[in-house]
Structures are given as structure tokens and as C-alpha cells.
Design a protein around this ligand. Structure first.
Ligand code: GRG
Length: 294
């Protein structure tokens, strides 16, 4: 199956399962549930759950019993986007081509639905762990929890905020990217590797590829913020410059940033080839991330 078809097929699997995990409307607070569903079920590339599923496949593990975990990762991602868009953080009004959560539901509900999505993710993960207890499964979930917290995504977000309109070193910029964006991407693959009981050598190779994928993803994100198409992106561009963010184009210019991303991508494709034919999806995925327009 060609890459695009396989990606789309995975996306359908994820979206089908995402629909199934939400409870009936009338039993819960409708405003809260509507706000949660709004940010989970209205588009998105589903990159992180697809990384999780494809890592299991690469390690010859059937992904179906683990779809709750794939979706938990997407819920964590959705929570981070809702909070990232809030007036106190990036103050964005458009995402995925539609108004951000707080514009539709108000700030209070947006904060609470972000919180509720994060807790829902842990409810799914603990529920699954109690049915499938094994040390390797627990290690996978610890990886996700660590990546989401102060040592990962939230820590990176704080560094990002505190660096606005300041001169920052290249190391600091890389650290922001690695944590804010890279940590959850890395955990999506490494958690699957733990769950598939991969060897420590395999886990290290997968971690290395995932770290590079996260970096390439964010470099391209920075470039798209300068030169992307707002319609295709579904959000406003030039936000990084307006907010004085530490980005690759600010440091190196667009052309050099693209070159850097290409070099990292090529090295990673070479590295992941140690898994043989079963890593083809990840070679193609690196090219997709490198050339993406949204
Ligand atoms: C405040 C508890 C609390 C947590 C939030 C806001 C935050 C901590 C972290 C921000 C993390 C963040 C939003 C990083 C940006 C990562 C990024 C490039 C997101 C866009 O990902 P895509 O392109 O989005 O995969 P789609 O729409 O395709 O799902």
C-alpha cells in the first residue's frame, strides 16, 4: 500500500475509535462534553496516534488491543492545543480552519475541557493497564506521562513563553522545540516500543528517530509560520514573529532552516533502515513531514 493510502487508513481507524470513546451526550454536562468533542473530532492530522500504531506494526505487534492508548495520546494533544490557544498563552483565534475552543465556548469552559481531556486520557490509560498489567505496559505509560509534564511538553511551553522577545541561544531554542513539540512525538513511538517489549537497542533507535522527527516537524512548523498558506494551514501565519518566538527561521533564515531539516531527515531515514523493510512507513513519513504544507 502506498504511504498516503496507509496514512489515511490509519487516520480512519483512529477517528473511528475516537468517536467510540466519548460518552452519551445527555448523561454529562453538555457544554463541557461539546467543547471536548469540538477539539478532538474536528480534524487534525492524527500524527501522534498514527506514530504509536505504526511503531507497534514495525515491531510485529497487533495494534488493535491498544487503540485506547493511541486515542489517549490524541486526547493529550487536543488538551495541549486548547490550552496553547488560550488568551493567557498564545491567544490564537483560529485552528484547523475553525475558531479556537475558547472563542466558541468561552475561556472557562476551554480551560476545563482541556483539563477534562487530560484526565480522560489517564482514565483510558489506567483502565487499559488494569486489564493488561505488565511492567512493559506500565513503562510505556510512564513514558507518556513524563513527556506530557514538566520534563516535557509543559516544561517546553514555559521555556517558550519565557523566551518571547528575548535573545536566546541555539541550544535554548532546540531545547524548547525538543520539549514543547518533540516530547509527545517521541513518547508516541517509544511508549509503543515498550508495550511491544522491544529490546533496549531497538528502543534507543526508535527514540533517536522520533527525536529527529519531532525536530524536523517543528522546524517545518516554524517555516510554515513564515511562508505557509493560511487556507491550507487553517491558522494565521506570522504569529511567531509577532510574539517574538525563538524559531529556526529567526536564527538561520528560511532556506538554511530547510537545509538543516533535510539533513536531519536524511540521517534519520538512514538510521531507521536498521529495521529493514518494516520501517518503510517511517522513511516515507519523514519525507511527508519535511514537505508538509499543513
Ligand atoms: C497548561 C496543563 C497545560 C498544558 C498545556 C500549552 C501546552 C501545555 C503545551 C503546548 C504544546 C504545543 C501546543 C506545542 C505545539 C506543537 C504543535 C506544532 C502542534 C500542532 O500539531 P499538529 O500540526 O496539529 O500535529 P493537528 O491539528 O494536525 O493535530
Amino acid at each position: 500500500m502506498i504511504f498516503k493510502e496507509r496514512y489515511e487508513r490509519n487516520k480512519q481507524i483512529v477517528e473511528h475509535h475516537l468517536l467510540s470513546i466519548f460518552p452519551d451526550q445527555e448523561k454529562y454536562q453538555n457544554s463541557l462534553l461539546n467543547s471536548m468533542k469540538y477539539s478532538v473530532l474536528n480534524g487534525g492530522k492524527r500524527l501522534r496516534p498514527i506514530l504509536f500504531i505504526e511503531t507497534l506494526r514495525m515491531l510485529e505487534t497487533n495494534f488493535e488491543p491498544y487503540l485506547d492508548i493511541a486515542c489517549a495520546i490524541e486526547l493529550i494533544h487536543a488538551h495541549s492545543l486548547i490550552h496553547d490557544d488560550l488568551p493567557a498563552l498564545d491567544n490564537d483565534e483560529l485552528r484547523r480552519g475553525i475558531p479556537t475552543n475558547h472563542i466558541i465556548f468561552g475561556e472557562a469552559i476551554a480551560i476545563l475541557s482541556g483539563d477534562a481531556l487530560l484526565n480522560f486520557a489517564y482514565e483510558l490509560m489506567f483502565g487499559w493497564l488494569s486489564r493488561e498489567f505488565a511492567q512493559s505496559n506500565l513503562n510505556g505509560l510512564i513514558e507518556i506521562a513524563r513527556a506530557t509534564g514538566f520534563k516535557g511538553m509543559i516544561g517546553g511551553q514555559v521555556l517558550d513563553m519565557e523566551s518571547e522577545n528575548k535573545e536566546v541561544s541555539k541550544e535554548m531554542m532546540e531545547s524548547i522545540h525538543k520539549n514543547k513539540t518533540g516530547a509527545l512525538i517521541e513518547a508516541s513511538m517509544v511508549s509503543a516500543a515498550h508495550i511491544a517489549s522491544a529490546s533496549s537497542d531497538y528502543i534507543s533507535s526508535i527514540r533517536k528517530y522520533a527525536k529527529n522527527l519531532g525536530l524536523v516537524f517543528q522546524i517545518i512548523d516554524d517555516i510554515l509560520d513564515v511562508s505557509g498558506n493560511e487556507k491550507i494551514l487553517g491558522k494565521k501565519i506570522h504569529q511567531d514573529k509577532n510574539k517574538g518566538k525563538a524559531t529556526y527561521p529567526r536564527f538561520f533564515g528560511i532556506e538554511e532552516s530547510r537545509k538543516i531539516a533535510k539533513i536531519i531527515a536524511e540521517e534519520s531515514i538512514h538510521d531507521i533502515s536498521c529495521f529493514g523493510k518494516s520501517s518503510d512507513f517511517f522513511s516515507d513519513l519523514m519525507v511527508y513531514v519535511l514537505t508538509r504544507e499543513n
